[in-house]
Design a protein around this ligand. Structure first.
Ligand SMILES: Cc1cc2nc3c(=O)[nH]c(=O)nc-3n(C[C@H](O)[C@H](O)[C@H](O)COP(=O)(O)O)c2cc1C
Length: 259
């Protein structure tokens, strides 16, 4: 066998090894990120490229049924309607603050009085349950009706009970009202939760929440888009929704900057 024959054999073996390596890499058996994926679960973050991770979202709200200003007897409170729209759009979990005692009368005039008394006494009415573990969430929408120009006192109970859990989170207030708008919900929330970041709030007229839901939904959607919450449209964007890691926000996720 000549030196040329030996060289040819080496070249053939080398080419064969090269082909084999190519086939293995293409099949995803060696190298590449797929190994990393096996260690950390399905790789959705990888397909997100430079996008930020989705946030985990919670909606906390308080709302009343019964007789309400300008809308008569209602079976779903005005704030509850808006809370539902936010949750639908963002895929958020929802926690309703329900008073532990039956302290709020059904009729509007009596409710006005009871709420005024609570405010005068700086009361901290109790609510049912502890509420979700806030370490599971990054963004928390917090909504209530405006009562005498302020958050209902039961909301202060929630802020104080969750002082530590709310620290470091992004809190986004929303109100329903009959003329007072957001009524300083944002600055009052900032004062109650100084370690949180308070985002741009939304005020919805309670009457519209009952009687003009199409337009309220548009306003809610625009507000959410302005905040950076958006609906994934392309297959790449949808792939970012890792059912395992982010099942709670599986239909929507927040992209903090860009797009
Ligand atoms: C006790 C009480 C106090 C209220 N105070 C105000 C107020 O100061 N400013 C305002 O615009 N609306 C006020 N309203 C109207 C409510 O904010 C409005 O009807 C709200 O949409 C009710 O929401 P809900 O159905 O979720 O409880 C008050 C209503 C009640 C019952």
């Amino acid at each position: 066998m000549t030196a040329g024959d030996i060289m040819n054999s080496y070249l053939k073996i080398f080419s064969l090894l090269l082909c084999l390596a190519f086939v293995l890499v293409s099949a995803g058996c060696i190298g590449s990120d797929s190994n990393k994926d096996d260690q950390t679960g399905p790789s959705v973050t990888a397909s997100a490229g430079n996008q930020q991770e989705p946030t985990r979202i919670l909606v906390v709200y308080f709302s009343r049924t019964g007789e309400q200003y300008n809308v008569g007897e209602i079976t779903e409170g005005n704030t509850a309607v808006v809370a539902g729209m936010i949750a639908d759009k963002t895929g958020a979990d929802v926690f309703e603050i329900i008073p532990a005692e039956n302290r709020y009368p059904r009729t509007y005039d009596e409710l006005l009085e009871a709420a005024q008394k609570e405010q005068d006494e700086n009361a901290r009415p109790k609510y049912l349950g502890k509420g979700p573990d806030l370490s599971d969430y990054d963004t928390i929408f917090i909504g209530a009706p405006v009562w005498w120009g302020d958050w209902p006192m039961i909301m202060y109970t929630y802020f104080e009970n969750n002082k530590d859990g709310l620290a470091g989170k992004t809190l986004i207030p929303f109100s329903t009202h009959e003329g007072s708008g957001l009524s300083g919900f944002d600055s009052k929330l900032e004062a109650a939760c100084p370690k949180s970041t308070v985002g741009k709030g939304l005020a919805v007229k309670g009457t519209d929440a009952q009687n003009d839901q199409e337009n309220v939904k548009k306003a809610v959607d625009e507000w959410l888009s302005g905040l950076g919450f958006w609906k994934p449209e392309t297959s790449d964007e949808k792939m970012c929704l890792n059912e395992n890691t982010w099942s709670k926000t599986k239909y929507m996720f927040r992209k903090r900057h860009g797009l």
